[in-house]
Design a protein around this ligand. Structure first.
Ligand code: SF4
Length: 286
C-alpha cells in the first residue's frame, strides 16, 4: 500500500494519517479529499467542523517504511497533514520515531500548518528528544510548507525558517499568483547570537543560518512549483513559476517544476521549453 505515486518529486507515499480539513485557498480542490470521498474512506466534506470524523490515525501503517528495504524518497501524508490539530503529539512522535529508524529513506513532510510543526520541532530540539540515539534534526527528514500566493508565503515561510530541519522546502502548488521571496528567505548569514546557537554550543545549523565564515547559507533548500489539475483547475501563469525559478537559480536553491494547470495531473511539465527537476544537495553540518 502506498508504494506507487504519480507525484514526480517523490518515489512513494506513506499515509499514517488519513483525512484533513481545509485551511487556505490552495485547499479548495484538494485531490486527497476528492479521492477519499470517491472511495468512501471519509464520508463528509473536509471542513473544520467535520475534522474529528474525517481525520483518522492509521496505526496499522506506522511501520510500513521499516519494511521497505530499497532506499527511496517518501512523501509523508499525501492524504492528510501530519500537523493537523486532530493528530496528537504522541502520534507525531511515533511517526518521527519511524522516520528516524528507517534512515535508509528520505522522508518529505509537507504541511500547511507550519506553526505547529515549528513548535513541535523546537520543543524536541530543546529537550534533546532524539539526540542520544539519532542525529537531530535528522538528515533524512525534510520539512516543508505549502504556499500558494504571496499572502501565505509571507505567513508560512518565516515559520518554516524558524524550524530546525536539515532540509527545508516549499511546495508552491497550486501556484495561484506571483511570489516574491523576501531578502534572507532563500539564503542568509548566521549572526551567532541566536538562542539555539548557545543551547547547542555552536552552529550546526539546525535553524538553517549556517556560519558566516562559510558565506551565504541556504535557508530554503528546495522549491517546487506547479499548477492545479482537475476539472475545476484554476488559471496558472507560467511567468509566476518562471519568477520563482529565477529567484531560486540566483540564490543557488534547487528548483523543481511539476506541471502547469490542466484537466489531468502531469500536464505541461516544461517551463520555457525544458524540464526543471532539481533536488536539494544536502549539507547538514557547518
Ligand atoms: S492541507 Fe492539504 S490535505 Fe489538508 S485539505 Fe488542504 S490540500 Fe487537502
Amino acid at each position: 500500500m502506498g508504494d506507487k505515486t504519480g507525484i514526480q518529486w517523490t518515489d512513494s507515499t506513506w499515509n499514517p494519517v488519513h483525512g484533513c480539513s481545509k485551511v487556505s485557498p490552495g485547499c479548495a480542490h484538494c485531490y486527497a479529499e476528492t479521492l477519499s470521498l470517491r472511495y468512501k474512506h471519509t464520508l463528509k466534506p473536509w471542513t473544520p467542523e467535520n475534522a474529528s470524523e474525517n481525520v483518522k490515525l492509521q496505526h496499522h501503517l506506522l511501520g510500513l517504511p521499516l519494511r521497505w528495504r530499497r532506499p527511496r524518497r517518501i512523501f509523508v501524508n499525501s492524504m492528510s497533514d501530519l500537523f493537523h490539530e486532530q493528530v496528537p503529539d504522541e502520534f507525531i512522535e511515533k511517526v518521527f520515531g519511524v522516520m528516524l529508524s528507517a534512515d535508509q529513506h528520505i522522508f518529505q513532510v509537507l504541511t500547511k500548518r507550519p506553526e505547529r510543526m515549528r513548535d513541535f520541532m523546537l520543543e524536541r530540539t530543546d529537550s534533546r528528544w532524539a539526540s542520544t540515539a539519532f542525529e537531530w534534526p535528522a538528515p533524512n527528514i525534510w520539512l516543508g510548507t505549502s504556499v500558494e500566493n504571496q499572502h501565505f508565503a509571507d505567513e508560512r515561510i518565516p515559520l518554516l525558517l524558524d524550524t530546525p530541519a536539515a532540509v527545508r522546502f516549499l511546495s508552491c502548488e497550486p501556484l495561484l499568483g506571483p511570489i516574491q521571496f523576501a531578502e534572507g528567505w532563500l539564503t542568509g548569514f548566521c549572526d551567532a547570537t541566536c538562542d539555539h546557537f548557545f543551547k547547542t554550543g555552536g552552529c550546526r545549523c539546525s535553524r538553517g543560518m549556517g556560519n558566516s565564515k562559510f558565506g551565504p547559507w541556504p535557508r530554503l533548500h528546495w522549491v517546487i512549483t506547479g499548477g492545479e489539475s482537475g476539472a475545476h483547475h484554476r488559471p496558472f501563469i507560467p511567468a509566476w513559476a518562471a519568477s520563482v525559478r529565477d529567484q531560486c537559480l540566483a540564490a543557488g536553491v534547487a528548483y523543481f517544476h511539476k506541471q502547469g494547470s490542466g484537466q489531468r495531473p502531469g500536464m505541461h511539465q516544461e517551463l520555457d521549453g525544458r524540464l526543471w527537476h532539481e533536488f536539494p544537495k544536502v549539507e547538514v553540518d557547518a
